[in-house]
Design a protein around this ligand. Sequence first.
Ligand SMILES: Cc1ncc(C[n+]2csc(CCOP(=O)(O)OP(=O)(O)O)c2C)c(N)n1
Ligand SMILES: [Mg+2]
Length: 185
Amino acid sequence: MKGTEAFQELLPLLGDEPVVHANGFICRESFNLKDRPENFYMIGSMGLASSIGLGVALCKPDRKVIVLDGDGNVLMALGTLAMIAAEAPKNLVHVVIDNEVYESTGKQRTLSNTVPLEKIAKSSGYREVARVDKKEDIKPAFEKMLNSQGPGFLLIKVEPCFDHKTGRVTHTPEEITERFMKSLH
Ligand SMILES: Cc1ncc(C[n+]2csc(CCOP(=O)(O)OP(=O)(O)O)c2C)c(N)n1
Ligand SMILES: [Mg+2]
């Protein structure tokens, strides 16, 4: 499955859940397919979507919170997997688009072809862990995560395919923050 197809499957399944996006193509793809006030785009800094998502989940225990992450981002902040598992927010679903490369900066290989990130999440203590390789498996796996006690970790294996013509997020960081915070009330 191509990375874009994973987004096309996943985004229509969202209701009003806050979604914290990792930087790079993850933000751009989501912004272009379905921009929404509940989307927080972490423009610029790698590795931080998971810790921001953890903070939102802990502050808003009555909302399901989604982190939309990349394999390179997860590898940069592996300690956050342990922190999420230890804090164990029931309302957090951590989705990883795993293309085995840092696609946004030119497809340099990451380590996720030999280091299975879902196994690290499982052994850290995430309550629900799943890995999908086929696009038709995304919907049932994601819906199960949404309806289960978290923290959940859904790894989606994809082929790199992002189109460099996919536009950048046009909102300023201030606009993104303001509308995201309003959407949480
Ligand atoms: C701290 C930091 N280091 C490096 C970068 C440059 N950078 C931006 S996106 C990216 C790749 C992210 O990889 P991944 O999470 O796998 O997402 P993909 O690009 O594959 O969708 C890199 C290296 C950055 N923005 N911040
Ligand atoms: Mg990647």
